[in-house]
Ligand binder design. Structure first.
Ligand code: MSP
Length: 512
């Protein structure tokens, strides 16, 4: 069985989840649920990044210990992800004991091997990003992304990242799908044209105590990125002999796909693979950088720039599944995208209320009126019903192709196109006109449309798990599987077709 191991970044706990981080997590959830539907054996990891200066400062501000602060924030993340129906398999915390021990083993291994050395460090540091910069990296006295930097001089430990530069370039060139989308791969290769510095992987405890202690120098803790990146491997058992089978299954044999925002591509595509090379562990299968949800000023939506949308408020206002649908349908994975309630409203009304919703309510009403609410028999396919049936049966392969090439928005567009065809067919055949004289033909039309709606609904289930389960229940065909998505006849003849309230009410939030 094909396997799929997917990760989101671990979110910093100095901030509550907002629409930007929710977008990243929902996107991962959608991809993970699609792979599950496609029949993959799946594993989905998300969690929180809890060490480092930012978190220490946030806790100090609130008069809490760092761990108290983290425990509270973690509740927030877990609650939000549960509310957003994120089906993760593991919620990973970098403060977990097993992780700390595993990170220390890695540090010791690299120290013993000579890939970590001590040296004086002089340079610039961005607390917001937890990243060191050299003088030449700075742009107008700030980090390349415009964050404040402070000057630092101290003894530190360094990872010999430069030693692995050529090996990394070769790996990227030999594995075209390693960094995606393609244009991001070219960015990383561009970055690697300059000589790579070694990576400072320690912080003196005198300045920062909230971290994992360096096993060979008790006065230091490890750099938060060194700790956090390792989660992807320790989360599936790396450096834990009792979990070797898990590690072999998900890491060694499968290899993860890391989904992350373009702002943290360098840490994932340069620091992380070189760390793994030094540790003698296979590299991730795919590093996929998505774009940003933008705020009203076309900048990245984030707390530091104000103007953030709260995912749970949006859920309240728009409904969870419609919100998830918008994010998956309107944002082409990899690109930045604007967000506004107007945009969501217009998408929900056109695709969900007018297209899928309308198809379901019209057919179920007609079945109620003319066939006692029971699915009528098929009679004979004509050209139109054959074409529609074929379009629906071809959808599965299309969706599979789009998902496996990381284009969920295209898959959704194709599903909607088939639903549009079904609406058109219904309109043209007008079974309400023929129901009296020719009930058999009217029944055939309605059954055909219902079956197309069922197939489309199964294929939409990874995006809208709740609404689609409700629809399938109303159609008396609850099965969600790849087989049910790709075979005709899931609704039995005579099965009850429930009318119910409109499943996707039209939104009129921005009118007037
Ligand atoms: N803790 C690090 C990641 C460590 S992974 C080993 C971190 N955390 S973060 O909370 O700042 O960001 C986590 C992710 O959320 C990033 O991938 C980032 O791109 C994403 N997003 C934050 N705001 C976003 C938007 N406005 N839009 C899309 N994604 C956004 O970095």
């Amino acid at each position: 069985m094909n396997k799929f191991y997917l990760t989101t970044p671990l979110y910093y706990v100095n901030d509550k989840p907002h629409l930007g981080t929710a977008y990243a997590t929902i996107t991962a959830d959608v991809l993970h649920r699609y792979h599950e539907l496609l029949g993959y054996d799946v594993f989905f990891l998300t969690g929180t990044d809890e060490h480092g200066q930012k978190v220490q400062q946030a806790a100090e501000k609130r008069g809490l210990t760092p761990l108290q602060h983290c425990d509270e924030m973690v509740k927030n993340f877990k609650n939000t992800w549960d509310e957003l129906n994120i089906g993760y398999d593991i919620f990973f915390r970098t403060t977990a004991e097993f992780h700390k021990q595993a990170v220390q083993k890695c540090l010791q291994e690299l120290w013993d091997k000579g890939d970590i050395y001590a040296s004086d460090y002089e340079g610039w540091y961005s607390v917001a990003e937890e990243i060191f910069y050299t003088e030449k990296d700075l742009v107008d006295g700030k980090s390349p992304t415009g964050r404040e930097v402070v000057q630092i001089k101290e003894k530190n430990y360094f990872f010999k990242m430069s030693k692995y530069q050529q090996q990394l370039i070769d790996h990227i060139n030999n594995n075209p799908g390693f960094i995606q989308p393609e244009f991001r791969k070219n960015e990383v290769l561009g970055f690697l044209r300059q000589p790579l510095n070694d990576l400072c992987i320690s912080r003196p405890k005198s300045r920062l105590s909230w971290g994992i202690e360096i096993p060979f120098d008790k006065d230091y803790v490890t750099y938060v990125w060194f700790d956090a990146l390792l989660n992807y491997a320790t989360g599936v058992g790396y450096q834990q002999p009792d979990r070797k089978a898990d590690f072999d299954k998900w890491w060694v044999d499968t290899g993860p796909m890391h989904l992350l925002g373009k702002d943290i591509l360098t840490t994932h595509a340069v620091y992380w693979p070189t760390m793994l090379m030094a540790l003698g562990v296979r590299l991730p299968k795919v590093i996929y950088a998505h774009g940003w949800i933008l705020n009203r000023d076309n900048a990245k939506m984030s707390k530091s720039f104000g103007d953030v949308q709260q995912p749970l408020e949006l859920k309240q206002k728009l409904g969870l599944d419609p919100l998830r649908y918008f994010l998956a349908r309107d944002i082409h994975l990899g690109n930045d995208a604007p967000f506004s309630v107007e945009l969501v409203e217009s998408r929900i009304n056109s695709d969900l209320a007018n297209n899928l919703g309308n198809l379901l309510s019209r057919t179920s009403q007609l079945v109620g009126k003319f066939f006692e609410g029971k699915r009528p028999a098929y009679t004979k396919d004509d050209e139109a019903s054959t074409a529609l049936k074929q379009a629906a049966l071809a959808l599965g392969a299309e969706v599979k192709k789009d998902i496996e090439s990381m284009r969920p928005s295209f898959a959704l567009e194709k599903i909607m196109q088939v639903l549009t065809l079904a609406n058109r067919y219904l309109e043209e055949k007008a079974p309400w006109k023929m129901a009296k004289e020719d009930p058999a033909s009217a029944g055939h039309v309605l059954s055909t449309v219902l079956e197309v709606a069922r197939i489309a609904t199964v294929l939409l289930s990874p995006v809208m798990p709740e609404k689609t389960a409700e629809i399938l229940k109303r159609l008396s065909a609850p099965e969600i599987s790849w087989k049910s998505a790709t075979t005709w006849g899931g609704i039995q003849e005579g099965a009850a077709i429930e009318k119910g309230d409109p499943i996707f009410p039209r939104l009129e939030l921005t009118k007037g």
